[in-house]
Design a protein around this ligand. Structure first.
Ligand SMILES: [Zn+2]
Length: 99
């Protein structure tokens, strides 16, 4: 009998959520990056280059991060409202997709 041990899974890259501070699989998080051009963008592919900050797909964490400006601090740059808007839009989509 082959029983899967909990520790025998492939290693999943973990990142820390800026909102709640919990370590989560990278795939479960939204990634906001600062590009080499100093632009702040929401990276949905996870493949863009730049310095990244991560957030759970949770409105609570988003609001917390927005309020405490933790993304700003993490990326060391001001984050325009438009980025927060697209983040919250994305969050709505992500949560709506869940079945
Ligand atoms: Zn979180």
């Amino acid at each position: 009998m082959t029983q899967q041990k909990p520790g025998s899974k492939r290693k999943i890259p973990m990142r820390k959520c800026c909102g709640c501070g919990e370590m989560m699989p990278k795939k479960e998080l939204l990634r906001v990056i600062r590009t080499p051009e100093n632009e702040i963008v929401l990276d949905l592919t996870g493949k863009k280059n730049g310095r990244g900050a991560y957030l759970c797909k949770s409105t609570q964490c988003f609001l917390k991060a927005k309020k405490s400006k933790v993304l700003e601090r993490s990326l060391e740059v001001a984050i325009p409202d438009s980025v927060y808007s697209s983040l919250s839009e994305q969050l709505e989509q992500e949560t709506a997709e869940k079945t």
